[in-house]
Design a protein around this ligand. Structure first.
Ligand SMILES: [Zn+2]
Length: 252
């Protein structure tokens, strides 16, 4: 009798979990991609990678969306750190989102912008202030588009002061068409686009997303271009750029 009730409970709970997945969650799985920076450059590394079950401090993401797995990458940054366009692109929208989201900015990058086969939708979160941009503005790779903050991170796990970081999410799709959705107009839904690891942006020679998880080991190392303290992109002409400037070789 008791075991029947338990079985019933388990069935009900898993149905609930399923409904949750369909409503707002994305299927998240690790890509195995790793980032390498140009020789000698000191760059901010990823504090919590895509599909990680833990936060920057090793604490569990249990209870968060996407099956408790991270839907982006986190970089731990001081409030006010300049955030850079990860490629040439266009400003889709920005605003103040809800809890866990904070002030956000969405950019859209075309295949010509990135040199990838995808239309890439990028979302920067937890900004310190609304960006000084207009919807429809074109931005250049490596240009400052916003500043990092702790908005949307205050309370619960993060405590009263919050945790200043960039959360970067990317969606990849075959089309530049999108809708802006959600209670705070903070969800951009690109037609047939899929959320995936922001590091996919930096992978060379991809044909499609399915290929990402089958890359041979050497191709799993991705090499973003970086902006140095001189403001220039290294290597010159790099189209897809790390979202935070790096210290140049020899800089202190
Ligand atoms: Zn995050």
């Amino acid at each position: 009798m008791k075991s029947k009730i338990i079985v019933l409970l388990v069935v009900m709970l898993s149905a609930l979990a399923q409904a949750q997945v369909e409503r707002r969650d994305h299927a998240v799985s690790a890509t195995g991609l790793e980032v390498a920076f140009p020789d000698g450059f000191g760059c901010e590394r990823i504090a919590s990678p895509y599909a990680s079950s833990t936060r920057y401090d090793g604490s569990s993401r249990r209870g968060d969306r996407n099956g408790g797995l991270h839907g982006g990458i986190d970089l731990s940054l001081k409030v006010g750190t300049p955030l850079l366009a990860i490629a040439d692109g266009e400003v889709i929208t920005f605003g103040e989102g809800g809890r866990l989201e904070g002030i956000y900015l969405w950019l859209l990058h075309s295949p010509e912008d990135t040199g990838t086969p995808f239309h890439v939708f990028s979302k920067y979160q937890h900004l310190s202030a609304l960006p000084a941009l207009k919807t429809g503005d074109r931005v250049k790779a490596g240009a400052v588009v916003a500043h990092s903050g702790a908005s949307g991170t205050v309370g619960r796990h993060y405590g009263v002061s919050g945790y200043a970081h960039l959360h970067l999410t990317t969606f990849y799709g075959p089309s530049a068409e999108y809708e802006v959705k959600g209670m705070f107009d903070s969800m951009v839904s690109g037609r047939d686009s899929r959320m995936d690891d922001p590091l996919v942006l930096y992978a060379q020679g991809l044909r499609d997303l399915a290929e990402v998880r089958q890359l041979p080991e050497p191709r799993r190392i991705v090499r973003p271009a970086v902006v140095g303290s001189d403001g220039a992109i290294h290597p010159p002409g790099g189209k897809t750029v790390w979202p935070v400037a790096c210290k140049e070789p020899g800089a202190r």
